[in-house]
Design a protein around this ligand. Structure first.
Ligand SMILES: *Cc1c(COP(=O)(O)O)cnc(C)c1O
Length: 366
């Protein structure tokens, strides 16, 4: 049996009759830039997230950058985020000229450690940028109260958490701005790059709406120095069709995760947890094992393809050597980076495939 890490082909076959005619319509009308499909998607995604505004942009990385820029963060400002994330989170901070300040993650959920955040606040700190990593919410109550106490902005990186919930509230809707990626493999993925910001703050939404489109309020009237970072109309068409399936797809991921947990629970592997009152959307199903590389190779030899998210923490990347965090700075992040393994996870994953993956793991650890 072969079990891919992610399977986008099966999903395309399931929705091709919904998506292709709509894409053809865009092409027939030559309405490629912004327009009705983008604004409809923005309304629909805002409603999905439980917020007032959504602005579609070019990518998740851009969404983070615009959120920081529109909230006035720039050179001289410090933004606290977690060492255990995808590099885009930190690149966005660098892109606006601010200084990334990294902290360690928690060992059980792998999310940012709120106590560690408290310890690195200085008088230059302007924002906290929690990441809802793997599709599990960060510890938002603590983070929001720390932010309130120190008068800091909270910008959520929800690129892996479309539909995830923290105490009944959707990820992305709790901070001042929430940022999403629609990279093809994300829970809500386009057929190319795309991203969005969501917020209840109308002023920030308008600012980003302007920034993403050359800083113009109307054609050829440029009020601010913007950039070209629009959500592509063809991608908006794909996203509108897919959004109607997102809850059902997230539920399917959840079912596969439950099956994995049931079949692996007696084995010497660390399983992901879902904190009570939270809804994990399992963008990734991450286990830990102390012979991770051997396990991964053994699975691959049996047709089971896994990933590692992420093998090198941010502070140990050459690009961020200048931040000056030596090896040993974030012990949990560093230790888990050698142990984490992302098992196959996508909505169309079949119970038989999960059983096969678990059988292969069982044989390896025996
Ligand atoms: C995917 C991702 C991003 C970046 O999104 P792009 O659309 O690829 O630019 C940012 N943060 C996290 C946590 C991600 O997983």
């Amino acid at each position: 049996m072969k079990v891919p890490f992610v399977d986008l082909q099966t999903q395309f076959q399931d929705i091709r009759s919904e998506v292709l005619p709509k894409m053809e319509e865009v092409m027939r009308n030559s309405s490629f830039i912004l327009g009705e499909d983008v604004s409809r998607f923005e309304d629909e995604f805002a409603e999905f997230c439980g917020v007032d505004h959504c602005v579609g942009v070019g990518s998740g990385c851009d969404a983070l950058m615009w959120a920081l820029k529109a909230t006035g963060i720039g050179p001289g400002d410090e933004v606290i985020t977690v060492a255990n994330t995808y590099i885009a989170t930190v690149l966005a901070i660098s892109a606006v000229g601010a200084t990334p300040v990294l902290v360690d993650c928690l060992e059980d959920t792998y999310e940012v450690d709120p106590d560690a955040v408290s310890r690195v606040i200085t008088d230059r700190t302007r924002a906290i940028l929690p990441v809802h990593l793997y599709g599990h919410p960060a510890e938002m109550d603590s983070l929001l109260s720390i932010a309130k106490e120190h008068d800091l902005i909270v910008i959520e990186d929800a690129a892996q958490a479309h539909g995830a919930e923290y105490r009944g509230t959707r990820c992305g809707s709790m901070g001042l701005v929430g940022c999403f990626s629609f990279y093809p493999g994300k829970n809500l993925g386009a057929y190319g790059d795309g991203g969005a910001i969501v917020t209840n703050d109308g002023t920030i939404a308008e600012k980003i709406r302007q920034l993403r489109n050359y800083g113009q309020s109307r054609k050829y009237h440029h009020d601010v120095i913007g950039w070209n970072s629009r959500l592509d109309t063809l991608q908006a068409v794909v996203l509108r069709a897919k959004l109607t399936h997102l809850t059902e797809w997230n539920n399917a991921r959840h079912h596969s995760a439950e099956l994995y947990c049931r079949l692996l629970k007696d084995l010497p592997v660390v399983l992901p947890i879902e904190i009570s009152d939270c809804r994990h959307v399992y963008h990734l199903f991450v286990i830990r094992h102390n012979r991770r590389d051997e396990l991964m190779a053994s699975l691959a030899s049996q047709g089971v393809y896994c990933g590692i998210h992420y093998p090198i923490p941010i502070h140990l990347q050459s690009a961020y050597a200048s931040l000056g965090y030596p090896k040993g700075s974030f012990p949990i992040t560093e230790r888990i980076s050698d142990e984490i393994l992302s098992l196959p996870m996508f909505p169309e994953l079949q119970p038989g495939q999960v059983e096969y993956v678990c059988k292969c793991i069982r044989e390896f650890v025996a």
